[in-house]
Every structure is written in C-alpha cells, then in structure tokens.
Design a protein around this ligand. Sequence first.
Ligand code: HEC
Length: 155
Amino acid sequence: MQPSYGAEYRTSNPAPLHPDPLVDTIKLMTRVLWLGLWIAGLSLLAVPAPAQTLVERGKYLVERVAHCGDCHTPPDSKGKPDTTRLLKGVKTQYMTTPDITSAGPLWLSWKDEGILRFLETHNTPSGGTSKHPMPPYKLRPDDAGAIVAYLKTLK
Ligand code: HEC
C-alpha cells in the first residue's frame, strides 16, 4: 500500500495566519539600512582619489616607471644612488649621462620647451637624437609635462 503524505503536507510549516508586525518592521528596517549602506558605498566610489599633483606624477614616472636615476643619478661611495645629487649626471668609464636637473647646463640651453619636445619626440633642439643607451622615449604630452614639472624642482 502506498503511504500517503497528504496529511504531513498540510500540517508542516503552516504559513503564519497572523504575521507578527514587529518582525515585518525589523525586516523592513534592515532592508532600508542595507540600501543606505549600498548607496553610501556607491557615493564613496564616486569621490575621486586624492589628486596627485603634476610634480608628484612626474616624480612617480621618473622614479618608478622610467627609472631615469639608474643612468642619470651618480653613485655614492658605496655604489648606491646618491640621493643628495638626484639626476645630476654620471661620468664613469661605462657611461656618461648629462645632468638633467633644471640647474644643469642642458636645461639652460634647451629650456622647458626643448626638454619637453625631446621627451615627446626624441628629437633634440638641434634636430638630432640622443645616443644609446638613452631610451628613445616618445611620451604622451601629459607624461612629458609631468616629468618636466618634477625635474624643475630638482637643482
Ligand atoms: C638606460 C640609461 C638611461 C635611462 C634609463 C635614461 N637615460 Fe637619459 N640619457 C642616457 C644617456 C647615456 C644619455 C646621453 C646620450 C647622448 O649623449 O646622446 C642621456 C641623455 C639624456 C638627455 C639629453 C639628451 C641629449 O641628446 O643630450 C635627457 C634630457 C635625458 N637623458 C633625460 C632622461 C629622462 C627624463 C629619463 C627618464 C624618463 C632618462 N633620461 C632615462 C641614459 C639614460
């Protein structure tokens, strides 16, 4: 004989006949709270990150992306980059690089415009290009501008 589950179906988990209004209110408040948090989260995303100044961006590109200092900062007595002479040019038996700070002779003759154009096009003001191992950068104008802004803070 087939067992019949009909009776159990009818009696298990009966829907509450009189829903508790307090429980409903708490559920609603929880939903409203979540919605609020969600909207607050969205508005956090919309707030821009603290703005990076042009000089900060240039410093980041020079130090972290292009590593200009690997070739343009002279080593100290221990062979580490001399942080008191950042980008002041190197003269060793292996490599000679110019001082690329705004106090160097290069800057005096090329001016901001010349350095900027060089970083954007790899063309020097006299129409040439630089020699290996100077990388043949063709930077975006905003990146080149940021680098020039940073180099101008170095003496
Ligand atoms: C791998 C080594 C190396 C790196 C990295 C490097 N340079 Fe140079 N740079 C040189 C050398 C070598 C020269 C000299 C080239 C020459 O005499 O033609 C030079 C020359 C220059 C010049 C003068 C160009 C000329 O023809 O006289 C400028 C300006 C310059 N570098 C800027 C930079 C900047 C800015 C960065 C980073 C964004 C950088 N360099 C990264 C090696 C490097």
